[in-house]
Design a binder for this molecule. Structure first.
Ligand code: NAI
Length: 308
C-alpha cells in the first residue's frame, strides 16, 4: 500500500506520522514545493521508526511526482492555512490553483489512486477535483466531518464529565464554522441519548463550541491545528487501505441523497478499498434537514467563486 501526502506542512506531516505509527502502509511519500522540506520531514520521521516501532518507509521529494507513481491513495494538504480571524472560505483564491494543479499531477502518475482532499475550503476544493478531473465519485473524498465529529465527541465528553470512549456523535454538512451540523439528537453515551444527561441548553453550547472548534484552535495557535486533522486523515486512509467498511462523515458528491445535488458536502459514507462505497442516508428531523440545506446553500455560494 503506497500513500502519497502532498504538502509536508503541519497537517501533511502529522498525517504521515499517524499513518506510519499505525503500521498498515508499506510506503508513504511526502511531496512539497518547498526545496528540501519534504525530504527533511521524511528523514526526521524515519528516525522515529525504531523508537515508535513501525516499518512504513517514509520518503520525501521536492515536487518530483515520478516518486509518487503508483500510489493507491493520495492526500492533498498543500495550500495555505487560515490565520486567526480568517474563515476557511477566504483561502479559496490561492488554494484552488494549488489543488487543481496538484490533483492533475497526482493522477498523471497514479491514475488509479483514491484522492483525499484536505485543503480548505475543503468542500469546495473537493468539488473542484470533481469538476477538473474525470475520476469517478467514489475516488474523491473530502476530509472534514471526521475531524469535526472528533471535536464534537471531545466537547460531549467534557459536558458529560465522561471518558471520550463512552460517547458517540457525528457532524455532517459543510466543513465551515456556520455550515457544520452536529447531530445532537443522535449523540449517545453508551447507547443512551446524551439529552438524558444534560440540558438542551448545554447540548446547544456543545454544538456551538464544536462548530468553532477550528477557529478556537487557530486563535490559540496562530495557525490552524494539525494533530487532530492528521489523525482524522489517517483514519480515512486506514479504512480504505484495510478495506474496513467503516462509516465516517466525508465530503462527497451528492446526486439526490438528502435532496441535494451538484455539490460536495459532509454526509456519512462507508469507506473501503473502493473509496466511498456507499452514501448512508439517515433519517433526519425537519430541523436537521433545514440546517443541512442551509449549509448546502453556503457551500454552493463558495463553489460559485470557483473559476471553472
Ligand atoms: P502548512 O502551511 O503548514 O503546510 C502547507 C504546505 O503545502 C507547505 O509546506 C507548502 O510549502 C505546501 N505547498 C504549497 N503549495 C504547494 C504545491 N503547489 N505543491 C506542493 N506543496 C505545496 O499548512 P497546514 O496547516 O498543513 O494546512 C494545510 C491545508 O489544510 C490548509 O489549507 C488548511 O486550511 C487545511 N486544513 C484542513 C483541515 C480539514 O479538516 N479539512 C484541517 C486543518 C487544515
Amino acid at each position: 500500500m503506497k500513500v502519497t501526502v502532498v504538502g509536508a506542512g503541519a497537517v501533511g506531516a502529522s498525517c504521515a506520522e499517524y499513518i506510519a505509527i499505525k503500521n498498515f502502509a508499506s510506503e508513504v511519500v511526502l511531496l512539497d514545493i518547498k526545496e528540501g522540506y519534504a525530504e527533511g520531514k521524511a528523514m526526521d520521521l524515519m528516525q522515529t521508526a525504531s523508537l515508535n516501532g513501525f516499518d512504513t518507509k517514509i520518503t520525501g521529494t521536492t515536487n518530483d511526482y515520478s516518486k509518487t507513481a503508483g500510489s493507491d491513495i493520495a492526500v492533498i494538504t498543500s495550500g495555505i492555512p487560515r490565520k486567526p480571524g480568517m474563515t476557511r472560505e477566504e483561502l479559496i483564491g490561492i488554494n484552488a490553483g494549488i489543488v487543481k494543479s496538484v490533483s492533475s499531477s497526482l493522477i498523471e502518475h497514479s491514475p488509479n489512486a483514491i484522492i483525499i482532499v484536505v485543503s480548505n475550503p475543503m468542500d469546495t476544493m473537493t468539488y473542484l477535483v470533481h469538476k477538473t478531473t474525470d475520476l469517478p465519485k467514489n475516488r474523491i473524498i473530502g476530509m472534514g466531518g471526521a475531524l469535526d465529529s472528533a471535536r464534537f465527541k471531545y466537547r460531549l465528553a467534557e459536558a458529560l464529565g465522561a471518558p471520550i470512549s463512552d460517547v458517540d456523535g457525528m457532524v455532517i454538512g459543510g466543513h465551515s464554522d456556520k455550515g457544520m451540523v452536529p447531530l445532537t439528537r443522535l449523540a449517545t453515551r453508551n447507547s443512551v441519548p446524551v439529552s438524558e444527561y444534560i440540558s438542551d441548553e448545554r447540548l446547544e453550547q456543545v454544538a456551538a463550541d464544536t462548530k468553532v472548534g477550528g477557529a478556537t484552535l487557530t486563535g490559540l495557535l496562530g495557525t490552524s491545528a494539525w494533530y487532530a486533522p492528521g489523525a482524522a486523515v489517517s483514519g480515512l486512509v486506514q479504512a480504505i487501505a484495510c478495506d474496513q467498511k467503516k462509516i465516517f462523515p466525508c465530503s462527497t458528491l451528492l446526486e439526490g441523497e438528502y435532496g441535494l445535488n451538484d455539490l460536495c458536502i459532509g454526509a456519512p459514507v462507508v469507506l473501503g478499498r473502493n473509496g466511498i462505497e456507499k452514501v448512508v442516508e439517515i433519517n433526519l428531523s425537519d430541523a436537521e434537514k433545514a440546517k443541512l440545506s442551509e449549509s448546502a446553500e453556503g457551500v454552493k455560494k463558495t463553489n460559485g467563486l470557483l473559476e471553472l
